[in-house]
Design a protein around this ligand. Structure first.
Ligand code: M6R
Length: 577
């Protein structure tokens, strides 16, 4: 969470920093700020709310320096207020810092500051870094920064500006991504390499490494010694792109799914997942793993399970030699999933990451990895990230006729997009938008999709939505169903028809309004409203059946006037445990 940016070069610093923050806004958007040097003094400009609020304050500013740092925040310690907004200044005004991550020993560090008569003005853990820097500064920024970095516990990527070196930025990182980009006459940093467009090369700091950025380039250090890390060329293809005429990124990304799936299948079909499988992820990535369990267990006869990364971390530490922990993550930065990868290694599992961001942390901590080819996903609510994970798992597991069916998925997904804009789907959106709550149910592969459908609806419309295994409804939750309660039934497996029909009947008997998302004529006929989807192999159907659910949720959110791409309280990548 949170995005940090830094630039030293020749351009107008306020414009450069704000433009960089706009690209990072998906990482957090409750407040934002920048810092630069003006006539030897550090200046900060901060705003609560979106980057657009900050932009109103910086438009027209022409500082005399072309070096600065910026931050867009997703609150962890303290509310989104100006005081808690980064950059934070040190007590004497000599240092400004931006920080992404969590300082776990912040209580002790706060006490240390207070014992020296320094009273932090914010509730944040980050501000302490600025004070510690000034406390230990004896003329050598690198020495002071190394000392402070050694005192911090937790995860951090930090950018530092010092009033005595106005054209330089110092940065260090541990367990939090930080990319340094070099271009002609400038050097920049960002917590997402994709935000560094214009850079010719990129270096990702490894844990414990630091960098000194000057307009002429960067110097890198580890334990006080100069190092020459490997740089990679910046790929223009991965630069964050625009909305291409779509009203929202979520809509654009929904429509990109067939192509993203085709690219992913083509790229990953040659890779094999070995042994017993344990799919681990958070949110939608967990749902993707869950929805692929029937394929792994039933179609491919593999022992397999799906676990939430956070729960895996809390479970008993049992050695699982021979198991491949498949870490699913669009961003590759989710803190719980990264921690689960490290924990899986401690449990003697093989670790295999399936990520959409090639340069992400998970690719570095896992034994092996595969990169889905969804392209940058900006909307907080994932769409193509989810389906790319589903087809990635299918491409790496399916053999014979199932592999052929996998190849055909992108064409079927095209048709599912049409189902998502059918009159029935639009009617479903209208109904859901005025409902106080909603249910999403399904069995086997459809269970994971039901959970995903519920998550899509709640995260972008704020309507409480419960995703359930269809068989579980009768064990308690059915008590919530009354006249008109919308229940979305996902049904794609003909072997489950009778069970689905029974569930539909029991919901309707209690007044529930059943919306089917199915290719099954009998199920359609038994429901109040049916969104007819194209048929696909039931083991692969999650890549298809989820699409109308995404579009239904999207339209409901638009009807309600929600901020679809940046829903309240959320951020695109959750880099805190
Ligand atoms: O980047 P990741 O796939 O690891 O993210 C995991 C979840 O935070 C993510 O899927 C979240 O649930 C999405 N906002 C859902 O749309």
């Amino acid at each position: 969470m949170c995005g940090i940016i830094g630039y030293t070069g020749k351009k107008n610093i306020t414009d450069e920093l704000v433009a960089g923050l706009e690209k990072l806004e998906y990482r957090g958007y409750d407040s934002a700020g920048i810092a630069y040097c003006e006539r030897g003094k550090l200046v900060t400009v901060k705003a609560v709310g979106r980057i657009s609020e900050l932009k109103k304050l910086t438009d027209g500013l022409r500082p005399d320096s072309s070096c600065g740092i910026g931050h867009t925040r997703w609150a962890t310690h303290g509310k989104p207020t100006l005081a808690n907004c980064h950059p934070h200044l040190s007590y004497g005004g000599k240092f400004a810092i931006v920080h992404n991550g969590i300082i776990e020993n912040c209580r002790q560090l706060r006490l240390l500051c207070e014992s020296r008569g320094i009273s932090p003005i914010s509730d944040t853990d980050s501000e302490l870094i600025a004070h510690l820097l000034e406390m230990y500064f004896e003329g050598d920024l690198r020495k002071a920064a190394d000392k402070v970095a050694g005192m911090l516990e937790g995860s951090f990527a930090v950018g530092i500006l010092c009033s005595c070196r106005p054209n330089e930025i110092y940065a260090f990182a541990s367990r939090s991504p930080l990319a340094i980009g070099e271009g002609r006459n400038f050097c920049a940093l960002a917590s997402d390499g994709n935000a560094l467009s214009g850079a010719e090369t990129l270096v990702f700091l490894k844990d414990g490494e630091s960098a000194l950025l000057r307009p002429s380039g960067a110097e890198y250090y580890r334990k006080g010694k100069r190092i020459n890390p490997q740089s990679a060329p910046f790929s223009a293809a991965s630069a964050l792109s625009g909305k291409d005429g779509y009203a929202h990124y979520m809509l654009k990304e929904t429509y990109e799914q067939p192509e993203a799936a085709a690219r992913t299948i083509a790229a990953l079909s040659g890779i094999k997942l070995r042994g017993a499988l344990s799919f681990i992820g958070c949110g939608s990535s967990y749902h993707a793993g869950l929805s692929m369990l029937p394929l792994a267990c039933h179609a491919c006869s593999r022992p397999a399970q799906a676990q939430l990364a956070g729960e895996f971390l809390c479970s008993e530490r049992v050695k699982s030699r021979g198991t491949t922990a498949v870490l699913l993550s669009q961003s590759g930065e989710t803190a719980d999933t990264v921690a689960a990868a490290l924990e899986a290694e401690r449990r003697a599992c093989r670790t295999f990451a399936i990520v959409n961001v090639a340069s992400s942390t998970l690719t570095r901590v896992c034994g092996a990895h595969a990169v889905t080819r969804a392209g940058p996903e900006i909307a907080v609510a994932t769409t193509k990230g989810f389906t790319s994970q589903v087809v990635a798992v299918a491409a790496m597991l399916a053999r014979g006729t199932l592999a052929e069916s996998t190849e055909r998925l992108p064409f079927i997904m095209e048709k599912a997009l049409e189902a998502g804009v059918s009159d029935e789907a639009e009617e479903a959106s209208r109904l859901l938008a005025i409902s106080p709550n909603a249910f999403f149910i399904g069995r086997k592969a459809d269970y994971g999709v039901a959970l995903e459908g519920a998550l899509k609806l709640k995260e972008i419309t704020y309507i409480p939505a419960l995703g359930l295994s269809a068989g579980e409804l009768k064990h308690g939750s059915i008590s919530l169903i009354g006249e008109g309660t919308p229940v979305v039934v996902v049904h794609t497996d003909p072997r489950l028809r009778e069970k689905t029909l029974l569930t539909v009947a029991s919901v309707r008997a209690r007044g529930g309004f059943v919306i089917a998302v199915t290719d099954d004529r009998d199920v359609c006929a038994a429901c109040d409203l049916a969104v007819r989807i194209p048929s696909s192999d039931p083991f692969l159907s999650p890549a298809v059946s989820v699409i109308p659910l995404q579009l239904i949720a999207y339209r409901a959110a638009v009807l309600l006037g929600r901020d679809v791409d940046k829903p309240r309280n959320l951020a695109k990548s959750v880099t805190v445990e």
